[in-house]
Design a protein around this ligand. Structure first.
Ligand code: FE2
Ligand code: FE2
Length: 215
């Protein structure tokens, strides 16, 4: 049974075979995630492990990502087939568990869900997803990420929701589809946000005329 620091070193060593640009991004995410995790009093080593693991398969060619996902027994949707890069987190989570012996379920969930989010996310997963989106290079490219970073220090859930809103606007602006898994997560985040603020639930639209309005 290896220690968490040994696991981090084993994952870090995998990047020797991967592009330097990817390593540089992951190093920025590690630093960003550790900084945010410290503000939320999380275990920094567990967060660092997830940060190192999150993009292990990001640079693999799409055909390899589809093959690796099939070998890992992952479900592959039509959206995944069109955009195999969406599989890089789920593939990494399986490989980290099966090949590198990592058993920290929350760290593995953080790796798996860092691209699209999930309805249920442990704190580590929220930190990794957000750090990945607002590491220095990303917030330089997309200045609104600075605001989301600032918000994440106060309220991780509100920051996630703001990121999802930004993503929604990007997708509609460019005519991209929203991934069903992300949409499911987003709907839950919105519902929880309303519940937190004791707002009444959103009622389904009724096509029939409301008798209260006499028509
Ligand atoms: Fe990624
Ligand atoms: Fe990343």
């Amino acid at each position: 049974m290896s220690t968490i620091r040994q696991q981090i070193e084993a994952v870090r060593a995998e990047y020797a075979r991967l592009p330097a640009g990817l390593l540089a991004h992951v190093e920025r995410v590690v630093a960003e995630a550790r900084d945010l995790a410290a503000r939320w009093d999380l275990d920094l080593d567990r967060v660092e492990l997830a940060a190192w693991g999150h993009d292990l398969f990001r640079a693999h060619p799409p055909a390899d990502q589809l093959r690796l996902a099939a070998e890992a027994g992952l479900p592959i949707t039509e959206t995944d087939r069109l955009e195999p890069v969406l599989l890089h987190g789920p593939i990494a989570a399986v490989v980290l568990r099966e090949r590198l012996g990592i058993t920290d379920d929350e760290a593995l969930a953080a790796v798996r869900d860092h691209t699209l989010g999930a309805a249920e996310m442990p704190l580590i997963a929220k930190v990794i997803l957000l750090a990945d989106k607002f590491e220095p290079r990303k917030r330089q490219r997309t200045p609104v990420m600075r605001e989301i970073r600032r918000l994440a220090r106060r309220d991780l859930d509100a920051a996630l929701l703001c990121w999802a809103d930004w993503k929604w606007v990007e997708e509609r602006t460019h005519g991209w589809v929203s991934h069903p898994a992300h949409w499911t997560a987003r709907v839950r985040w919105v519902a929880e946000h309303h519940a937190d603020r004791a707002l009444p639930p959103i009622l389904p639209l009724d096509d029939d005329a409301d008798p209260a309005f006499g028509a």
